[in-house]
Design a protein around this ligand. Sequence first.
Ligand SMILES: [Ca+2]
Ligand SMILES: [Ca+2]
Ligand SMILES: [Ca+2]
Ligand SMILES: [Ca+2]
Length: 477
Amino acid sequence: MRKRHLLMSAALLACGLTPLTAAGAQAAAGTHGDIDKDGYRDVVVSAPDATVSGRARAGAVVILYGGARGVDPKRRTVLTQNSTGIPGSAETGDRFGASVVVHDLNADGYGDLVVGAPGEEVAGDVGGGSVTVVWGSASGPVKAKTVPDPWPYEHDAFGGTLAVGTFGSLNPVNGGALSIAVGANDSSVTFAPADLSASSGTSGTGSDFNPGHGVVALTVLDQPSSDDGLVIHGRGYGQGGWGYDGYGDDPRAQLVRPGGFMPAALPAGTSSAVGDLDGNGSLDLVVGNPEDPSQSPGTALGGQVTVYFGITYDGTPSSVRTITQDTAGVPGAGEAGDRFGASVAIGDTDKDGRADLVIGAPGENGSAGAVTVVRGATDGLDTAHARTWMQSSAGVPGAAEAGDAFGTAVQLVDVNKDGSADLLVGAPGENDRTGGLWVLRGSASSVTATGSVSVTPGSVGLGTAGAARFAHVVTGR
Ligand SMILES: [Ca+2]
Ligand SMILES: [Ca+2]
Ligand SMILES: [Ca+2]
Ligand SMILES: [Ca+2]
């Protein structure tokens, strides 16, 4: 395999430790997540294992449109590779929707979708993977185009992970313009111009990751006033090649600055989110590591999240905080397999100007699953009043059953435009892995069960046959 490393020969600039400013972050979020441009942010929910026209695990993506009363399963668009305008066709194992990002790529005010189908067979390359851009419009997306893979024979599962941002010269082909970052099952990230005007380029992720695990997750360190950083999650090399624990190699994460300089190591983890938790104008980074110490040394039993307040491009924070289910004020206790931190999201649920943190623990209680909300505070995070939500919480629809995996996906999107971000929770294990989405509203007192709803795949026209794993991926912005 050809090695393509980051531009490490570039002279390192003197690295100031000025935190990345979050000023204007709200404005920058703008209408990126409003796919039909009606003023309400919309939600994109994937069922990557949905059966389409008899093809198992072909995959489907559902747009649920926001409105004054929140999301309504009747107001939706379902996209598959058999939909008009979508390239390709729904085939067994394509897993269209295994990854999705929403961003207004062409700045026309309509949010657009970037959808990965990492199981797609491409020109005889079984499991090569594909990425499709689907442009938003008033009547639902109808135009789409495939993102070319410049190195189809060097990796598979292209599109397994996705992100959108302005990465400066990290993207070798369009010099700092908006780009789509694509992960595959090797140690490289491909950058495609967001307008698909040119071919794509690829940067390696450096030598710290074991390429055998591919890119596990990508998170944009979103800088409204300048280029963005990119958080890359992968796995390292264990002792003896496959991890000292026999399970796998440990999670690793690194931050790459937009200029493409040497990556900075971040706390180990498989998920991350960025926002301003303490409201001081500097971006804070949260990294979730859901593994147990037997799998990943340095983490806590049941999983943990690490908060880097005031993250800089050097990967250094102004202060650090670690949260587990054993942190004072956080409900529950850290137990093996809880997977606390498997998902994380940041948004302002109580409209106080400070972003709040949501942490999924899909392994809680026999994988019934749970989600914890920790509100942002001027001194960081108000862990003393953390609140945990389950399907068994009063006022929340459904019943908590083993295997539901509630909290596999979490996201915060203000779907009813009242200024408080609403909590979206995916439970892809619900009803024998048919899956389900939960929406809990934000309010002056943060997330509330009042008015909470669940959305089943049947209610959005996906049917109930087969294990669609609806809401395995939930996104919007
Ligand atoms: Ca909308
Ligand atoms: Ca657009
Ligand atoms: Ca808040
Ligand atoms: Ca709201």
